[in-house]
Design a protein around this ligand. Structure first.
Ligand SMILES: [Zn+2]
Ligand SMILES: [Zn+2]
Length: 299
């Protein structure tokens, strides 16, 4: 105990919290990290070295070319996550907790955006024909997703994606996925005009998000885009089966999904595609309902 206290005092909040929660020391780091993260999250100390990294400040934000995330942000996927997540997701902290995947994200894009503000090194003007979404600017968030690791179709009536979720999924680059609706009084088809050059924009409290394909992740191809709150993956416009066959699927259900093998799943699995959405009047990452039972997300 004495040794722990000295370490805690001389090193970091990591060890301090470990001593407070009576965790094992040293090697069993996954368990420790989960307990630590739970403790830190409950205090809403989101951006620190043991959570999602240093709080990003727009005026000094730069891209770390090693992680391809904003400098200071933690990009870490725990070793017990399945390969399709571990090898593809970044700019967030991913772990396994019981029967859920947990993602924690500051939700700052690793692409330039008008919405970093003109004083930011990450600033980029809007594309031609685009217009500003008022004074909205990107800001650091404390998003915590708990997503079922064994997703299954929900029997009976499906859960709506427009039911007040702060986000309905997370992209492979750690960003919020929003549904097929715009802010009240607007349609998504017209809100598309406010997207930056990577198809994202922030809402009024600075939550940067994609309704449409994130253009530095997928651009009308079969790339993995992310995971939705019900645990099923979402891919780009096209579908590449495990056998390597790529085509634009013609058998999607009204929720943008179908069941086939994919690049990452040798057994057929339900998955979503970026496709035309009749409610939105444009292509979106998700329709009006989840196929499975959604997990939880807080901010
Ligand atoms: Zn939006
Ligand atoms: Zn598919």
């Amino acid at each position: 105990m004495e040794r722990k206290q000295i370490l805690a005092a001389s090193t970091s909040i990591v060890l301090l919290v470990l001593s407070l929660t009576n965790c094992k020391t040293k090697s069993d780091s996954d368990d420790e990290n989960l307990l630590l993260l739970a403790a830190v999250a409950s205090q809403r100390v989101c951006a620190n070295s043991s959570f999602t990294g240093t709080t990003v400040v727009n005026s000094t934000a730069t891209l770390d070319t090693n992680t391809d995330c904003i400098t200071g942000m933690t990009s870490s996927m725990s070793s017990d996550l399945p390969a399709w997540i571990r090898n593809n997701f970044k700019c967030a902290v991913g772990s396994v907790s019981g029967s859920n995947y947990v993602f924690r994200s500051q939700n700052i894009p690793n692409n330039k955006s008008y919405y970093f503000g003109s004083s930011s090194p990450m600033y980029e003007a809007l594309g031609s024909g685009q217009k500003s979404a008022g004074n909205n600017q990107i800001s650091s968030q404390c998003l915590v997703y708990s997503i079922p690791s064994s997703p299954a179709e929900k029997s009976g009536s499906k859960t709506g994606t427009q039911s007040g979720y702060v986000s309905v999924g997370i992209t492979v680059n750690g960003l919020a996925i929003f549904n097929n609706a715009a802010a009240p009084g607007d349609t998504l088809a017209s809100e598309v005009q406010t997207f930056d050059q990577y198809n994202g924009h922030p809402q009024s409290s600075g939550v940067y998000h994609h309704h449409s394909q994130p253009l530095n992740v997928s651009n009308n191809n079969a790339n993995l885009i992310g995971i939705l709150l019900d645990g099923f993956p979402v891919y780009g416009r096209d579908c590449r089966t495990f056998a390597g066959v790529t085509s634009t699927p013609g058998d999607l259900d009204s929720n943008h999904g179908h069941t086939t093998t994919t690049t990452h799943f040798s057994s057929a699995i339900y998955h979503y595609h970026y496709t035309n959405d009749t409610t939105a009047g444009t292509n979106t990452l998700i329709g009006s309902y989840f196929h499975g039972t959604p997990g939880t997300v807080s901010n």
